[in-house]
Ligand binder design. Structure first.
Ligand code: AMP
Length: 119
């Protein structure tokens, strides 16, 4: 999939759309989801353009991959989530991905429920 420079997270990274930043460093931006599904719902995105998990895993440099996951961990430490959390990377149509810039959801502060809806 070609990266769409006009996707909403690309606009957030360019500063064209505001966000509620939780954590930022050279590799990642972490911000609150605009439509939270748990009391804590934060999105962690790489600063460079990757469409989804597979694009990131196959094309990102080792430094970008390490930086992403270290940034996600730094975000988790700031959030001080009690009693666990769930990380979700929706990927592609069947995965329910809406925004075509790779992101990992951090969900916490509630019981997240079953891993997969059977409906
Ligand atoms: P996904 O379905 O995994 O692509 O998730 C995209 C997420 O982005 C959804 O949970 C949306 O609520 C969230 N979202 C969309 N626009 C914004 C925005 N401007 N600021 C923060 N979160 C957003």
């Amino acid at each position: 999939m070609t990266y769409d420079n006009e996707n909403i997270f690309a606009k957030i990274l360019r500063g064209n759309i505001p966000n509620d930043t939780v954590y930022e460093d050279e590799y990642v931006l972490a911000f609150k989801d605009i439509n939270p599904l748990c009391p804590i719902h934060v999105l962690v995105i790489p600063k460079n353009p990757f469409t989804d998990a597979s694009d990131f895993n196959s094309r990102a440099t080792p430094d970008e991959i390490t930086g992403f996951w270290k940034g996600l961990e730094a975000t988790l430490e700031l959030l001080e989530i009690r009693d666990g959390y769930r990380l979700i990377a929706n990927t592609g149509r069947n995965g329910g991905q809406e925004v075509p810039h790779y992101h990992v959801h951090i969900l916490g502060g509630c019981s997240v429920g079953p891993m997969v809806s059977r409906n």
